[in-house]
Structures are given as C-alpha cells and as structure tokens.
Ligand binder design. Structure first.
Ligand SMILES: [Zn+2]
Length: 248
C-alpha cells in the first residue's frame, strides 16, 4: 500500500492507467544500478530517484571537476573537488528521502560488477569508457539482467536496450566486437553538447521505468542514433552474432 504522502508525491504517475498504484508499488520494490554519474548518469539518477525507484545503487569514482558542470546537472560549482558519489547521495536524498540509496565512490571493476549486478532488476550503463561497457554487458548477459546503455559525443547520441531475459537478445559485444571498429566515446577529447547527454540520459530513465513496470520497451535489440545537430533519429537492428563470445 502507498502512504498518503506517496500518493501525493507520485500523483502524476497514479493518474496513468498503465502505472497507477500497482505500478508505483512495482517501482518502489525495484533495485537499479547506475554505473557512472556524468552527463548521462545525472538525468538518469535524478529521474529514477524522483520516480520512486525503491533502491538506487549509484557508482562513480571521480571527484567533481569544473569541466564537468557544462553537462552534469546533478552538481553545483561550489562542490568542485568533492566526491561525485557523495554529492549524488546528498542531492538524490534531498530530492526523494523515501528511496534507499547506496553510493559507491570508486570505479566498478569486473569483480565489483559481478557482485552488484545479480542483486538488481536493471542496469543503466552511463559510463564513459569501453572497458566498463564491455564488463557491464558481459555480467548483465550472464545473469540475464536487462541493460540500458547510452553514449554521446559531439552532437550525437546512441541508445541501446538489451533485455537479456529474452533468450534471443543480442548484446553490446555483437555490435562492437572486441578488436573490431570501436566507437569513439570519450567526450573529454572530442567534446559534447550538454543537452545531447540530457536527451539520451532522459531516454535511458524512460526505458528503465517502462521495463520496471513490465511494459515492453519497443526498442530492445536496436541501436538508436540521435543526430542532435539536424534533429534526426536513425534505428538499426543489432543482429545477434553467432560467434559472439558473450551471448552465444
Ligand atoms: Zn553478443
């Protein structure tokens, strides 16, 4: 049962036929891992905390740098130099004191991912490096935990939803096999427009809410590419590779 204060807080959810009180209770029982608290992780964490996702585990090993503030909307100028994980805890618990927060102030390595991922219902990859992406994909696939991944650079964003509960789901490695053509992901060397990250992070949060409610994503197994400069979307079906070392 939702408390009276929850009914107020989530009233705009409760008005929706496919959320309602039952859906809100599903969100309140959900556990989600957010890997990375940068330009993607900021809107993801804010929206999922605001939506009342019951337990959020958020991980980032960095301290806040002034160069982050152009796009990382979770943080303020006065906090430069402080741990992003701890700042996220303060901000998210102030936004929604009802949810359970666990913050991890170091970069998750493969061993850590193997520990945390089996405990959650869903993982959001908001990281900015390929090693973490590959490791998150591998562990999610192994434990059949849905993965929502995004990336952005310059004016362009990528979004992928892998529902590994479906046996035929492709994976990130099918798209970017190790040793193949690697996506350019590092916005520290190439630059990025802040709102492109905001668009992609917001979409990650939206897809997460849908999956946690038990609604179909509609874009599972696809790569969605957003060209923010010309406002165009392109979609590609990710084919499952027969010899993929991760999913086949
Ligand atoms: Zn694969």
């Amino acid at each position: 049962m939702l408390s009276d204060s929850d009914k107020k807080r989530y009233s705009r959810h409760l008005l929706l036929d496919d959320v309602g009180e039952a859906g809100q209770l599903k969100l309140s029982k959900a556990k989600v891992l957010i890997v990375g608290l940068g330009g993607l992780g900021s809107p993801v964490a804010l929206y999922l905390a605001a939506a009342g996702v019951g337990k959020l585990i958020v991980a980032d090993g960095d301290t806040l740098d002034i160069t982050n503030l152009q796009r990382q909307i979770l943080f303020d100028t006065a906090s430069a130099g402080e741990s992003k994980a701890e700042l996220a805890q303060q901000r998210l618990s102030a936004l929604n004191p009802e949810i359970d927060l666990e913050v991890i102030d170091y970069r998750l390595e493969a061993d850590d991912l193997a520990l945390y991922i089996p405990e959650v219902d869903l993982v959001l990859d908001c990281s900015d490096n390929l090693d973490t992406r590959r490791a998150v994909n591998r562990v999610c696939q192994q434990h059949k935990i849905p993965l929502i991944a995004a990336a952005a650079i310059r004016w362009e964003g990528h979004l992928m939803v892998f529902d590994f509960r479906q046996p035929e789901s492709p994976c990130y490695e099918c798209l970017y096999p190790e040793g193949g053509v690697e996506p350019v992901l590092n916005c520290s060397t190439s630059g990025v427009v802040g709102p492109v990250l905001g668009v992609l992070g917001s979409l990650q949060a939206l897809e997460a809410i849908k999956l946690l409610l038990g609604l179909p994503s509609g874009i599972e197994g696809q790569l969605k590419i957003f060209d923010g400069k010309h406002h165009q979307w392109n979609s590609f079906v990710i084919n499952r590779k027969e010899n993929c070392p991760v999913c086949s």
